[in-house]
Design a binder for this molecule. Structure first.
Ligand SMILES: NC(=O)c1ccc[n+]([C@@H]2O[C@H](COP(=O)([O-])OP(=O)(O)OC[C@H]3O[C@@H](n4cnc5c(N)ncnc54)[C@H](OP(=O)(O)O)[C@@H]3O)[C@@H](O)[C@H]2O)c1
Length: 280
């Protein structure tokens, strides 16, 4: 992925260093420590820039300072801030720069509409665990996105997560399942930890046990990818046993249906986030 920058990384500007922008920055700086000096970050809040500088990002006060040096801009603004930002800055953006949006629910068509003829547009969907290099990363490049740039983008993202090329609707599904889904997992973890406390375990220990249980369950499922999730459950279920008893309650109360409904609702929210942008 030699794009002419130190360490082989694409010279990159991250705009918006909130939750997700700084998580992406941590993941990228962690994966490319040799590329310090070519990964820039900007936020309207100088405190956030200072925090990002502490873990190796090159902070910039005005994006104009680095626009001629970067080949990719990662927009990590709230969904409703994205289109106004693009409209404001499109005149100073290069034709050949990659504009990568991580905004939930802002379709490629709306990004392209706001940019006019400028830039090559892609959407990327991570979750917060990207800071640890431990999340699925969905990618969608607009039609006509140059192949060598797409290859470089996918290679760079692969260093911070399991990169998957998706279509627009699928990207919204990934938003619901994974970007929002990480919160649903934490919600379930809260329930596990509370149950441990109810049964007499100290709170801190209960939290640790819950987290280790989720980690172990995920690792086993990942290691044995060919096994169905149902067959994994069967391995720990005996007739009239403790697991069977608990699974019966989960089925009776409809946990699986609740999860499907929650994730489907998040998906529809992503689809309704930004109305069609024509003429906006
Ligand atoms: N959080 C997640 O788990 C997650 C997962 C996947 C995708 N995403 C997507 O990531 C994007 C960012 O989400 P977030 O949770 O990171 O939001 P956030 O924490 O609010 O971060 C956005 C940052 O951008 C700053 N900002 C706003 N306007 C700016 C401008 N014109 N120039 C420079 N900086 C500006 C904000 O400053 P102020 O606070 O002062 O406004 C804030 O620091 C969203 O589009 C979201 O859909 C988030």
């Amino acid at each position: 992925m030699d794009q002419g920058a130190p360490g082989g990384v694409i010279p990159l500007l991250i705009v918006g260093l909130g939750q997700m922008g700084s998580a992406m920055a941590k993941g990228i700086v962690g994966a490319y420590p040799q590329a310090k000096g070519s990964i820039f970050g900007h936020d309207q809040d100088p405190l956030r820039v200072a925090e990002a500088e502490a873990f190796g990002l090159e902070g910039v006060k005005k994006i104009e300072e680095v626009l001629s040096r970067v080949r990719a801009i990662l927009l990590a603004l709230k969904p409703l801030q994205v289109i106004p930002w693009l409209r404001l800055y499109r005149e100073v953006l290069g034709k050949d720069v990659m504009l990568i949006s991580i905004a939930a629910g802002v379709p490629i068509e709306a990004l392209r509409e706001a940019l006019g003829e400028k830039a090559h547009v892609a959407r990327v969907m991570p979750n917060l665990a990207v800071a640890l290099g431990a999340c699925p990363v969905g990618v969608l490049c607009e039609p006509g996105f140059p192949e060598e740039k797409k290859g470089a983008l996918i290679e760079a993202l692969s260093s911070v997560g399991m990169t998957i090329e998706l279509e627009e609707g699928q990207l919204d599904a990934l938003t619901a399942l994974s970007s929002s889904g990480i919160a649903f997992v934490w919600h379930a973890l809260e329930g596990f930890a509370a149950a441990g406390i109810r049964l007499g375990l100290p709170a801190a220990l209960s939290r640790k046990v819950a987290v280790e249980t989720f980690l172990g369950a995920g690792m086993l499922a990942k290691e044995d990818e060919a096994a169905s999730l149902a067959s994994l459950k069967e391995r720990v279920t005996t007739p009239k046993g403790t697991t069977m008893e608990g699974l019966f309650v989960l089925e009776r109360l409809g946990l699986k249906g609740i999860l499907i409904e929650a994730i489907t609702s998040a998906y529809y929210r992503a689809q309704a986030m930004i109305p069609p942008q024509k003429g906006v």
